[in-house]
Design a protein around this ligand. Sequence first.
Ligand SMILES: Cc1cc2nc3c(=O)[nH]c(=O)nc-3n(C[C@H](O)[C@H](O)[C@H](O)COP(=O)(O)OP(=O)(O)OC[C@H]3O[C@@H](n4cnc5c(N)ncnc54)[C@H](O)[C@@H]3O)c2cc1C
Length: 426
Amino acid sequence: MKKVIVIGGGIAGISAASYLDGNNFEITLIESSPHLGGRVKSFYDDDFKSYLDNGQHLLIRGYESTLDLIRKFKADDNFIFQKEFTINFRDRINQEWYLKISTPITTLFNFLRFKNLNFRERISLLNFFSRLKNADDFTTDLTVLDFLRKCNQDEKVINNFWKLIVESALNTQIEKSSASVFLFVLKKMFVENKSNSSFVIPKKSLYESLIIPAENYLNEKGVSVIKSCGVERILIDDDYITAVVDRSGKTYKADYYILAVHPAVVNKLIPQIDFQLDYQSIINLHLKISYQRFENKFFALWDSKVHWAFFHKNHITLIKSSADELLKYSNEEILQIFIDELIQFFPELRNELTRIKLTKQDYRLIKEKRSTFLSDLNSIKERPQLKTRFKNLFLAGDYVNTGYPSTIESAVLSGKMVAEEIHKIN
Ligand SMILES: Cc1cc2nc3c(=O)[nH]c(=O)nc-3n(C[C@H](O)[C@H](O)[C@H](O)COP(=O)(O)OP(=O)(O)OC[C@H]3O[C@@H](n4cnc5c(N)ncnc54)[C@H](O)[C@@H]3O)c2cc1C
């Protein structure tokens, strides 16, 4: 039986190990941290009496490989599947409205009553979506900002609507984001199959919803999962990897090696593989509240310093993507900025939020630096393929050139593609 070593137990490594044929390969997964999941991470908080995620993750139905994997793990019940693409918005004067994209009539109606935009701006937005199918594919050299301007999107629509959508989807500033990556995502969501666009939201923490079922699946499948074991060196002989060595000096040998680590680590382990990507942070603020008052699970905040507010049973999670600009502030300053903002959008929470602000208790601020690679124009040229110059080494990870931005789907797809490649040569 041929042996495969997967280095890195994030979603890409989990995916590769899950899609490899367990009857034909002896699979070992080596993860440096005590937990699987990588950037999909949760921790149990005694004060909150629940798991908190390092970042609220949002999936879409168009994440075909991810949903396939979730089904493999028998974890479908851990997710809420939105019926149709719906975003609920709130603004500073507490108006609420939603954007639903479903049947042509509903969609038209929704665009026409979109608040905070005048008639002309609504029509320009509607036009954009109705022409998406034929949108220019030759956009490799365009940023999203240039592309939207080329599509006659008004500056107000760009600043209030598109900025929120682009920064959330690509975690990249609108003036840097690649138009072709953005179009790839939009077409996947709204052109390929309408139901692709609706959201899939974990019911509990990511650890409970996804990582525990994944680990159970790998164990049942007989994958040898070694945690708290960082690979320190990769031994090479000409065009082949001969072994990997962990921190304690122990050597592991296999026929195939899958490197499924964060892109910034790849070059440190194998200097011969060189690509340059830039990264962006995401900030999540969890605020303990006594109970959930809102029917909606989440809101997009219109023209706000924060992008999204998610309501859980006993806490609110505020999300700011593309957040490098906030890293210069202390945690307490960020707490203040976010709470002041939230009080304006949700005055009904004023008392609870003011208490947190004054006591500086009952909050958890998570700054995830290098959360994702930037989907900028440079990334299109730099993202590597899964095959490397070493005949028995493959790359898996969200950064591998899958077409998707830095997402769970890209990570899962890369792992699946590597497994298929190894099956093909055997
Ligand atoms: C705050 C936040 C919010 C996000 N929101 C979303 C979202 O809403 N939707 C979405 O689709 N995506 C989202 N993402 C992105 C998504 O989490 C990532 O794209 C995905 O998890 C990347 O998985 P990966 O396996 O490629 O890499 P990683 O998760 O980075 O996994 C790499 C693994 O390798 C391990 N490792 C590193 N070095 C070694 C070594 N030497 N030896 C052994 N193991 C090693 C690491 O510990 C890690 O477990 C978000 C990310 C963050 C941080």
